[in-house]
Design a protein around this ligand. Structure first.
Ligand SMILES: [Zn+2]
Length: 295
């Protein structure tokens, strides 16, 4: 499932110069570099290089609030999808981007040209450890809230591993098999719900786009990472699509989640085909209204 956050990184790369780091002191093991451990709760562990005690507590507090909000929003009653053994997520936090680039590939077998990744692993295997890899930036754990939603969404809303959850990403470390499944995919949902729960009503960049318009809802269901991608469409329009569905079309969300929770992704695609363009006019009305209130 790294692709979800890996794509996030692509967005960041577009606006900053990508610098390949020196090989650095790559001989240090993960336990040597991330030598601090802190357990937030039964479902969340922090392993870090340089977080202060206060930063650890703050991160825990933020995420526990977010976790509660997720369960409340979706009425999960703490009951995960079948065959999911990802009992807890471990956040692995490097001191800064340089340290991340120097170590993360050796420690986790993932690329380092990104802003953090969620690694769902094989949730059907007992003992599987879901990992988030990240670094500190501007005093916080970069992207932590967004990535934590991927963990929760993967455990409570989407049956199966990252490769099952309709998208067109085939890169490391998952190497999801070709061919890409036909559209619609679930990228609008996965990334949109991560943004929606991480940011709530506070997403000025997305709200600015709402005022400008640009996509119909039926187009957004066809968003993916490589085809129909780009950071505005994936993250900001994904946020708008999910927010609209959650706040204006909740029974349809429930219908959809009933299918994705049991892994009926073909059923999900049929459902979206049935929706067709039915909601497009109302989505457009809602966008205009939202843009008017917030801009
Ligand atoms: Zn993401």
């Amino acid at each position: 499932m790294w692709g979800k956050s890996g794509r996030w990184a692509v967005g960041l790369m577009l606006t900053s110069t990508l610098v390949w780091a020196e090989p650095g002191p790559t001989s240090a093991t993960v336990d040597q570099v991330l030598s601090q451990q802190h357990r937030c709760s039964a479902t969340l562990l922090l392993r870090s290089q340089a977080l202060t005690r206060e930063q650890q507590h703050q991160a825990c507090e933020r995420l526990l609030v977010q976790e509660a909000r997720f369960h409340q929003l979706f009425g999960t009653e703490g009951s995960p999808v079948a065959d999911d053994h990802n009992l807890a997520m471990r956040a692995n936090v490097y001191r800064d981007r340089d340290s991340y680039v120097a170590h993360v590939t050796k420690h986790f077998d993932v690329p380092s040209d990104n802003g953090g990744m969620y690694l769902e692993g094989a949730p059907s295997q007992p003992g599987n450890q879901a990992e988030f890899v990240a670094y500190q930036k501007q005093g916080v754990i970069w992207n932590l809230n967004h990535e934590y939603v991927h963990y929760l969404d993967g455990r409570f809303n989407l049956y199966g591993d990252f490769c099952m959850n309709l998208h067109d990403d085939h890169s490391a470390p998952e190497y999801c098999p070709q061919p890409t499944p036909p559209l619609p995919h679930l990228v609008w949902w996965s990334e949109g719900v991560a943004e929606y729960i991480a940011k709530g009503q506070n997403n000025p960049k997305a709200l600015a786009l709402a005022g400008e318009g640009g996509y119909s809802l039926s187009e957004l269901f066809n968003t993916s990472y490589n085809v129909n991608g780009g950071s505005d469409r994936v993250y900001r329009w994904g946020y708008l699509a999910v927010r609209y569905m959650m706040e204006q079309q909740r029974p349809r969300v429930e219908q959809m989640l009933t299918l994705t929770r049991r892994g009926d992704y073909l059923g999900y695609q049929q459902l979206v085909a049935e929706w067709g363009q039915q909601m497009d006019p109302d989505f457009e009305r809602w966008l205009i209204e939202l843009g008017r209130i917030t801009n």
